[in-house]
Design a protein. Sequence first.
Length: 257
Amino acid sequence: MECLLLALAAFSLSDYQPIGIIGGMANSSSMQLVGDTLYVAGSDEHGVLIYNISTPSRFTVGAINGGHYNRSLPDAVTLYYIADVFVADGVAYCISYMQYTSRGTYLYTYDVSKPEAPRLLGSFGVLSTNEALGARVVVADSIAYVFPPPDDPPTFSIVNVSDPADPQLLAPPSAEATQDPVNVATSGSRLYALNASNLDIYDISTPGSPARVGTFALAAAARDMAVSGTTAYVGTDGGLLLIDVSDASSPVLVGET
């Protein structure tokens, strides 16, 4: 399925119809494949488009709202865009730029157990007073690790999402985070963060206390990655790299195309 995700990333989804929408407005900024459901953050004029890819030639249609105004939120809230989405156990964790009491970057949670009808669960913010574009989120063991927008200091915001309807800040930003990541992922007790020049590896065996344990420097600008077991697949301007991360402190290039 990871290979399918990498292939889909190279093609336009404009010919297909979503089965569900979490409202927002931005250019496509990230995607995640969960089973037969593809989540695309910031696609077209919506926050997150949700596609059933079980039959690629026939995408069924359904939506809860569209445009940049999210009717599932209070009247005073305007959802400008969703910068990133991470989906786990039927919950979508969205990093959003909002206009509320004050503008800023928020974490919103949605029930996507029925992808055709996403339902707002809860929110936490303000994580940053700057715009969210460039922020990333990944969830492991009921902890959301939020990488800040580019204009913020490079430190994690760590949020307890054991109750997705009531996210709580676990610790103020302190641990150093990868600057401007293009993608983040987890595998086992490791968190992987990719930016244009490096693949960083964090130990998250102690929930809420990420510690950087290794870095792999890239010769060409990175675009995306997927991690399976002890191998990180990194797409760069120079080709696809296969990196052995079994020893997180000393990742090794084992193949490239």
